[in-house]
Design a protein around this ligand. Sequence first.
Ligand SMILES: Cc1cc2nc3c(=O)[nH]c(=O)nc-3n(C[C@H](O)[C@H](O)[C@H](O)COP(=O)(O)O)c2cc1C
Length: 161
Amino acid sequence: MKILIAYYSKTGTTKKLAEILSDKLDADIEELEDKKKRSGILGWILGGRDGMRKIPTEIGKIKHDLSKYDLVIIGGPLWGFNSVAPAARTFLTQNISKIKKVAFFMTRGGGKPSTAALVDLKDISSGKAVDDTLDLRESELNSVISREKIEAFIQLLKKIK
Ligand SMILES: Cc1cc2nc3c(=O)[nH]c(=O)nc-3n(C[C@H](O)[C@H](O)[C@H](O)COP(=O)(O)O)c2cc1C
């Protein structure tokens, strides 16, 4: 199965997870670029607002041909309690017609996994989303819990035909 991992990461946590998944699944990798300036406190505040309101953003040109992949795994950080960061959400909305199957992973700073964010992603996936998702708190990334969660996610994805 040919797999592409497309991810957005502002501070490197989702990037680290994307690289682990790409290594273990022998998948190609596409880093998504958010063209909107999101530095400093204002960037954080407006980023949270854009996440919460699900405001799309401008993303950089995609390098891979999405139609060549059996599965695209999209990852990003949780922003604004109920959404993945705008670059990952925008990538999905703009490209779902070219994607055969899609899965999701998300990282977050604290709290509980955001069911709302995952439901939102599935809602815009035109029935192409697989049920299995991976959600990690950033502080868990190097822990045994995370290794187990990552391994379980990988095993589930490997069963997809
Ligand atoms: C603009 C912004 C909004 C965020 N909102 C949330 C949030 O609602 N809940 C949460 O648990 N973490 C939130 N975070 C923290 C990130 O989800 C978390 O640090 C994530 O692992 C960072 O991933 P990255 O390093 O790949 O960017 C937010 C971070 C930013 C920059």
